[in-house]
Write a protein that binds this ligand. Sequence first.
Ligand SMILES: [Zn+2]
Ligand SMILES: [Zn+2]
Length: 165
Amino acid sequence: MSDKIVIDLTENFANVGKPIGYTGEFDFDDDLLPYPNACLTCVQVDFDVTFTKPNVQIVGKIVCHIQGFCDRCLDPVTEQIELPFDQIFYKDGSDEVDNYIYCDSRLDATKAVHDEIVLSLPSSLLCNPECKGLCPKCGANLNRQQCDCDLSGDNAFSVLKNLKF
Ligand SMILES: [Zn+2]
Ligand SMILES: [Zn+2]
């Protein structure tokens, strides 16, 4: 799998205003994920690429496959996250210095897709949104078992109650 998303625009230049499909699978660096010990196993893109003369618009979706561990209970998690993508690429040499550009008939969308993934991923990885996590006393996985720990003693009020004067 390639780690660069490079789109050849030759066909787009011959078809101004017509969306042309582009799909692919990519293998990105893992270090863009905000989760500890997680890795991105595959990034799929499904784009419609339109030459709007002189710019190029790409609309579609990115699907990220993530392997990692639940933030609350530490169980292994395999997650597929779909992100919408909608971006204009400006012709190289235009004044749009802060935007994404393309050069001649070559459009490298790698950085734009990287940026979209980094900005859009949820801040935590969970095995499911209702995950009950681990018991802070005995470490039991509360999704699978009930433990007998008394957690009511951990709040500030009961600490005050137990003070001896
Ligand atoms: Zn969990
Ligand atoms: Zn417990």
